[in-house]
Ligand binder design. Structure first.
Ligand code: NAP
Length: 281
């Protein structure tokens, strides 16, 4: 980094526990640098029960804002002056920013995923039959945004049936609990489980059998480490269009960066920075 941190430098931070593994500092500092913004982004380990104190620090020091990760995505809401409808509905905040003198909590994951799908594949969920595998935090954000993005149908498949139903409900009339039978005519299959994630017991697992998919199906795997999961390798071998989770990671940050700075985020610089950081891991 060539920028100097000075007495006028304004801060932004990710709060969470653990947080030292976070790629957010790399992404956001690349954004500040590319736009010559006098800002710096750091990772702050903040333990359970301390989200409110972190938001008070943001107010006191007039930080740009906060990224929020586990275990604070719910608790931080009480410390905000306002919470966006999206964050309220999915019961999670991953970004805190200033708007008209108020501290606002938002969730940028759903928008980040839609923008990332477009950035990687030039694709919109509009009119597509979607199958979402998994029903955790990431799946929740995606299920909520799919109706607004114009998806025709959403089938949610999950190990635990009760959470699949709750996530399907977020998609309103287009959502329902699905089964493996939904794969054969799915236009877009999204992996929102950790199956395939590097450095875990799941690294060599696949969430779905790609041989069940039709020839023009698209696969969106939310995992970005490794860059090519087993699922993506198999999808590519079958000639399917696919993307990993890097674009979602970058674009959820892009939305936050734009909330904080009011500037159009330098997507390419942010993407290059995180790619090079991942390569060196
Ligand atoms: P989460 O809240 O813990 O949810 C995990 C989901 O995966 C749950 O539905 C869980 O099922 C299912 N699951 C976990 N282990 C499983 C197994 N062994 N077999 C079958 N299903 C299993 O996690 P999350 O935050 O939503 O993250 C999900 C994935 O998305 C992770 O790979 C994460 O890295 C990725 N992600 C990427 C981004 C990005 O920016 N690219 C952002 C967020 C998340 P149960 O309900 O049955 O427990």
């Amino acid at each position: 980094m060539t920028r100097l941190v000075t007495a006028t430098t304004r801060m932004a931070a990710v709060i969470g526990d653990p947080v030292r593994h976070s790629l957010s500092p790399v992404i956001h500092n690349a954004g500040f640098e590319a736009l010559a913004i006098d800002g710096v982004y750091v990772a702050l380990p903040v333990g359970a029960g301390q989200a409110g104190a972190a938001v008070e620090a943001m107010r006191l020091f007039d930080w740009y804002g906060l990224s929020v990760t586990m275990p604070h995505k719910q608790a931080v809401m009480a410390a905000c002056d306002e919470v966006t409808d999206t964050a309220k509905t999915i019961n999670a905040v991953n970004c805190v920013f200033w708007r008209d003198g108020k501290v606002v909590g938002d969730s940028t994951d759903g928008t980040g995923w839609v923008r990332g799908l477009h950035a990687d594949l030039g694709l919109s969920p509009n009119g597509l039959k979607c199958v979402l595998v998994g029903a955790g935090g990431a799946a929740t954000a995606i299920a909520h945004i799919l109706p607004a993005a114009g998806a025709a149908e959403l089938a949610v498949i999950n190990r635990t049936a009760a959470t699949a139903a709750a996530v399907a409900d977020l998609a309103g009339r287009i959502g329902r609990v699905g089964s493996i039978d939904d794969l054969s005519d799915a236009d877009l299959v999204i992996n929102a489980t950790p199956l395939g994630m590097g450095s875990t017991d799941h690294a060599d697992k696949v969430p779905v059998d790609v041989s069940l998919l039709k020839d023009d199906a698209v696969v969106s795997d939310l995992i970005y480490h490794p860059a090519e999961t087993r699922l993506l390798a198999q999808a590519r071998e079958r000639g399917l269009r696919c993307q990993n989770g890097l674009a979602m990671l970058v674009h959820q940050a892009v939305v936050a960066f734009e909330h904080w700075t009011g500037s159009k985020a330098p997507v390419e610089a942010m993407t290059d920075a995180v790619q090079s950081s991942l390569r060196s891991r």
